[in-house]
Design a protein around this ligand. Structure first.
Ligand code: NAI
Length: 286
């Protein structure tokens, strides 16, 4: 299986890792060759770590299957998939997708976490091949692709996606194109309500999270999850979904204040938990 991954950030690195670890050949593109090479080096490090933990047989073999390239036009034509994982910006994604479709991939995918697939398909010559492929971070550990079927996505494309899902030893959930799909729409709504509960003094973040993880068997509570995803990312999605679904997605003041103060969760060291030690420590007042 051959894939072109466009965007070597958090998600592009994870997607590249997963394909290479399962025997796929990866061409990774970023804004320039040096940035793409830096991303490939990071994939190399995650593959080494996977080998050390006994998750893959040979990091060296997997690394041999990944190359960095400086632009989409340099990629080999007719890959099984071209997957864009650049920043969440409609205009940029449209431009990238229009370039990527010139490679004539069997499947043209976008890893958008919230944008409309039909909207991203505007300007494509062959929207039948286009589909949302929403991977989850970290891609090497979470075996789900939320597959977003656009208005024009063909059944042949969905069949090819199934082959990719099986190749990567993953599972798929197929969702019709609707803002927030299934995961962001439900996950963000629960997260916003949990923040409103903190705001109203209903309970502490640690108690809310304990209630949901033990009572509902969620692997982690909604506030800790927000800290891991990034409160700025959550705020961005909530603002976008509020424009479509209205008041229930309006971000609480507490979330806006925390983001404005740079409390973004784990990545900034502080969110609903104190992450300065590297793991989550409950705090009195977030
Ligand atoms: P990121 O900011 O870590 O990486 C974006 C990458 O795109 C950077 O390496 C950047 O240099 C590159 N890029 C920007 N412009 C480019 C261009 N013109 N050509 C080639 N590369 C370009 O972003 P991240 O977190 O990897 O997110 C990527 C996409 O995945 C977004 O659409 C995001 O919504 C989605 N997503 C993110 C998740 C997460 O947990 N971070 C989870 C699921 C989806």
């Amino acid at each position: 299986m051959r894939v072109v991954v466009i965007g070597g950030g958090t998600m592009g690195i994870g997607i590249g890792h997963r394909f290479a670890a399962h025997g796929g050949f990866v061409e990774l593109v970023d804004v320039d060759l040096a940035t793409a090479e830096a991303a490939v080096a990071k994939i190399g490090a995650t593959l080494d770590s996977a080998e050390t933990r006994g998750k893959i047989a040979s990091a060296a073999d997997a690394k041999d299957r990944i190359v960095a390239i400086g632009s989409i036009d340099e990629a080999t034509h007719h890959p099984d998939a071209a997957i864009e994982a650049v920043i969440e910006n409609v205009d940029l994604k449209r431009t990238i997708l229009q370039s990527a479709e010139r490679l004539e991939p069997t499947v043209l995918g976008s890893n958008t976490s919230s944008l409309s697939i039909d909207s991203l398909a505007e300007g494509l010559q062959q929207p039948t091949r286009f589909v949302g492929l929403h991977f989850f971070n970290p891609v090497w550990a979470i075996p789900l692709i939320e597959v977003i079927k656009g208005e024009a996505t063909s059944s042949d494309t969905l069949a090819s996606v199934t082959e990719i899902v099986e190749f990567l030893d993953m599972e798929q959930a197929v969702i019709n194109d609707a803002p927030g799909f299934a995961t962001s729409r439900l996950g963000v709504l629960v997260g916003l309500e949990a923040i409103r509960m903190v705001e109203q003094g209903v309970a502490s973040p640690a108690d809310i999270d304990r209630a949901m993880s033990l009572g509902y068997r969620h692997p982690m509570g909604p506030l800790m999850l927000g800290d891991l995803v990034g409160l700025d990312v959550r705020l961005g999605i909530a603002k976008h979904l509020a424009t479509v679904y209205g008041e229930r997605f309006e971000p609480p003041e507490l979330l806006k204040t925390m983001v404005a103060e740079g409390k973004l969760g784990k990545k900034s060291g502080m969110g609903f938990y104190d992450w300065s030690s590297g793991s989550a420590v409950p705090i009195e007042e977030p």
